[in-house]
Design a protein around this ligand. Structure first.
Ligand SMILES: C[S@@+](CC[C@H](N)C(=O)[O-])C[C@H]1O[C@@H](n2cnc3c(N)ncnc32)[C@H](O)[C@@H]1O
Length: 300
């Protein structure tokens, strides 16, 4: 199963969720991204455009390009917004196919196609993944060719790690490649390797955006919280976990695997930085982050 199929499946699950608590999140995201769309000049590309649930396409200038590797995203955008936009379906990390191929090679014997012993294969794969270097090459090439003045990143970065995990799991079939016991003294080398890969993918993606010199409008999952305890966000503080005000125990996951997005654009003016909570489902709340990074001044 390739990235397109995995993404189509994820997107179906995403759109099929109970959205009754999503109103305030959708309003904030649409308002923020809408500002980016309405102020865009000299070309616009929307990365992670999806079906346009969060993207008010009506505010985009004519000719704006959508980018999403889900094969149904462009048609869904047409149905939702009556816009048939130019579209790119490539993998934004540029490294998912290599990751999936590496996982498949490690998990199965090439001569018989049979799965290897899971624990051994998972350890071997962890070693191989450490040497992979996702460089967002298709995005870099596209931005060099088209030189858009504005790039909108519509809630896609938090998916890189999820998709990387799914690709690895897929290679192992029904067996789980992860170490089940969190107390295992050896830790989980594969989990660490996939997190390392995700951090490199996010860093490379942000470096490519920074090098484009374009105006940037980014919305992404900064954190994911699990547990029933009510939670609120205090004033903006770093790291994001210092903002959490929870009335009980919560488990916090970092989908960006340690990458600090506001620090990824040295020398560029960070004009806006906001965070808010998105109750995605019972017991699952996302900490969202929105950033507006001013375009590079000439000579930078
Ligand atoms: C959480 S959804 C965002 C939804 C979208 N902003 C909307 O308004 O409908 C993330 C989107 O990113 C896309 N995506 C995830 N990983 C990707 C990748 N590596 N390359 C290209 N698109 C990707 C998914 O297909 C999905 O549509």
């Amino acid at each position: 199963m390739g990235l397109a199929t995995l993404l189509a499946r994820e997107q179906r699950a995403y759109l099929g969720r109970d959205r009754s608590l999503w109103g305030p999140h959708l309003e904030r995201t649409r308002a923020f991204l809408g500002e980016g769309l309405a102020s865009a000049r000299d070309g616009l590309v929307i990365l992670g455009a999806g079906s346009g649930l969060e993207v008010p396409w009506g505010l985009a200038p004519p000719g704006a390009t959508g980018w999403d590797a889900d094969p149904w995203s462009r048609v869904r955008t047409l149905v939702r917004h009556r816009v048939w936009a130019p579209w790119e379906f490539q993998d934004l990390t540029g490294g998912m196919a290599e990751l999936a191929a590496t996982a498949a090679r490690a998990a199965r014997q090439p001569w018989s196609g049979r799965t290897r012993a899971t624990r051994t294969a998972a350890r071997r794969l962890a070693g191989l993944i450490r040497s992979l270097d996702p460089a967002a090459a298709p995005l870099a090439a596209w931005l060099r060719r088209h030189r858009p003045g504005t790039v909108v990143v519509a809630n896609v970065m938090g998916q890189f790690g999820v998709l990387a995990q799914r690709s690895v799991e897929k290679a192992f079939g029904p067996a789980s490649p992860w170490v089940a016991d969190p107390e295992d003294p050896g830790g989980d080398p594969l989990d660490e390797a996939v997190r390392g890969w995700t951090a490199r993918a996010v860093e490379a993606f942000l470096a490519v955006l920074g090098a484009s010199g374009a105006d940037l409008w980014l919305v992404h999952d900064r954190g994911v919280l699990f547990g029933p305890a009510p939670v609120a966000l205090g004033p903006l503080r770093e790291p994001w976990t210092a903002q959490l005000q929870a009335a009980g125990e919560l488990e916090a996951d970092d989908p960006l695997c340690g990458v600090d997005v506001p620090r990824a654009f040295p020398g560029r003016e960070l004009e806006r930085h906001q965070r808010w909570l998105w109750p995605v489902a019972t017991g699952q709340t996302h900490v969202m982050e929105a950033l507006r990074v001013r375009r590079a001044m000439l000579g930078q």
